[in-house]
Design a protein around this ligand. Structure first.
Ligand code: ATP
Length: 472
């Protein structure tokens, strides 16, 4: 094995627990109800088709939520693609040839055990039934304890291509983005001229007909994934698995997740997917329980071998230096956009006592989001709607708009406007006052976290903000 095949050392202060670690979240600084309420009130995320009573397991992201979601994906792509040269990306079709899902094992095995309450006929995942203090499973809808025998329910959504609805035109909505990276492996490797080890990444929608969507955007039927398949030489797979665990840990903590709310839990043998030699979950301490944010799997050569076999065309890699041909092993960090966004929201959500202008204190809700994730970066606030202030405030907005997402807000007292920006995580508020126009051509920049205020000349404002907002 040459050095080129092995991962560089990465330092990460990882917290590891064992496969059967307790998932009890314990005392939490916030609740799901508070997060859901904030998201709804500020139009960050709300029920899909609310106008018609909503559709279970589907959520819409409003202007702030959509901007934040873009920022999560951008942060992932920055780490995976921009800052390294060994990973390339694709944007594959959601509809794929049905044989893909036969080869991958999804038609056969992408199932969850389903049970039905015999009293109220509500359906549940058998492995996620609520239990009472005695450990007895009960129906969350009616309290009944009598369930049908579990039957395997396939989570893939089925649809048809073209005008006829028969088995020859049946296709599936993809339940993961990963398969395109395997099916496109040869094409991408050849055209990008990447050498093993290298990765193919993709961000996109996936669909799963979850039996019981729950916990807001944690478990939904339509969601987005950020997946990367890293192709390595067999024998180096375990070292690369460790490397990606460390890299992914560092990604979450660099973006502000508190390490005490993060842990790595390996899958027990009976939990491992059919394709995996080893998998760990990156788990976050959500208010409802420690739960999976991301899975990092050693998929071995399972997928490339399967597709090679089913398509009748070997998916191998020829290594020139050693004159060897082999089927690469794959390490897969598979993250969810919605779940990580939820973790970032929960972790950032803070309610604290803050001083008021009159010397008292009041409750302040602030989203202490990493600047890279904050939907709006700067809010421009004219002290009042006075005609002397407005043109200058608009000039300041125009100065900043090409570089960052700006919110212009001139409604209500300054204190109220600060609070409005704090609770959606805007890192800086820029206030234009009478001194600005009559005297110093400077503005007050207020920091979301420290609430410190700096007087900054308008000329220097872009540079002042760039030093604080832009990533190195
Ligand atoms: P779970 O055990 O929670 O059903 P999974 O192990 O099936 O998840 P993976 O197949 O490993 O999930 O998918 C990778 C990532 O995609 C998950 O870690 C999660 O972030 C996201 N994801 C999977 N299913 C859903 C879903 N129904 N809703 C939202 N995100 C999801």
């Amino acid at each position: 094995m040459t050095e080129r095949h092995l991962p560089p050392p990465v330092h990460a202060d990882i917290v590891r627990v064992d496969a059967h670690a307790d998932d009890e979240a314990g005392e939490h600084h916030t609740s799901m109800a508070e997060i859901v309420e904030l998201c709804k009130r500020r139009g960050i995320i709300f029920q899909s088709s609310e106008l018609y009573g909503g559709l279970r397991g589907a959520w819409d992201y409003g202007p702030l939520g959509a901007a934040m979601k873009d920022n999560v994906k951008t942060a992932w792509k920055r780490a995976m693609l921009q800052l390294r040269d060994d990973i390339v990306s694709i944007d594959a079709a959601i509809l794929m040839h049905p044989k893909v899902w036969e080869a991958s094992g999804h038609v056969q095995g992408f199932t969850d055990p389903l049970v039905e309450c015999r009293d109220c006929h509500q359906r549940f995942r058998a492995d996620q039934l609520a239990a009472n203090a005695k450990g007895e499973a009960y129906c969350e809808n009616c309290g009944g304890k009598d369930f049908t025998e579990p039957r395997q329910f396939n989570l893939m959504f089925r649809t048809f291509v073209g005008p006829t609805e028969d088995s020859s035109s049946q296709v599936w909505l993809r339940p993961e983005t990963a398969q395109a990276m395997f099916v496109d492996f040869a094409h991408v490797q050849l055209t990008s001229r990447q050498k093993v080890p290298f990765g193919i990444a993709q961000v996109g929608k996936s669909f799963r007909n979850e039996i019981t969507p729950r916990n807001f955007i944690f478990r939904v039927r339509e969601f987005e994934q950020m997946e990367m398949e890293y192709f390595v030489k067999p024998g180096t797979d375990e070292a690369w698995h460790e490397y990606w665990i460390a890299e992914r840990w560092n990604w979450y903590t660099r973006l502000g997740i508190r390490p005490e709310n993060l842990r790595i839990r390996p899958h027990a043998d009976d939990e491992l997917s059919h394709y995996a030699k080893a998998t760990v979950d990156v788990e976050y301490r959500f208010p409802f329980a420690w739960s999976e944010l991301e899975g990092i799997a050693n998929r071995t050569d399972f997928d490339l071998t399967q597709h090679g076999r089913h398509a009748g065309r070997e998916l191998t890699y020829y290594e020139q230096e050693t004159d060897e041909r082999y089927v690469p092993y794959v390490i897969e960090p598979a993250a969810g956009v919605d779940r990580s966004l939820l973790a970032f929201l929960v972790d950032a959500y803070t309610v604290e006592e803050a001083p008021t202008a009159t010397g008292g204190t009041e409750k302040r809700t602030v989203l202490r989001l990493h600047h890279a994730l904050a939907p709006v970066k700067v809010s421009v606030l004219p002290l009042s709607r006075n005609e002397k202030l407005v043109p200058t405030a608009q000039k300041v907005s125009d100065l900043l708009r090409p570089r960052w997402l700006i919110a212009y807000d001139d409604a209500g007292s300054i204190g109220k406007r600060y609070r409005r920006q704090d609770e959606v995580g805007t890192p800086f508020c820029v206030t234009v006052d009478f001194e600005t126009v009559e005297d110093d051509d400077a503005v007050t920049v207020r920091d979301r976290d420290t609430m410190a205020q700096d007087r900054v000349s308008i000329d220097r404002l872009p540079e002042f903000l760039a030093e604080r907002l832009d990533l190195p």
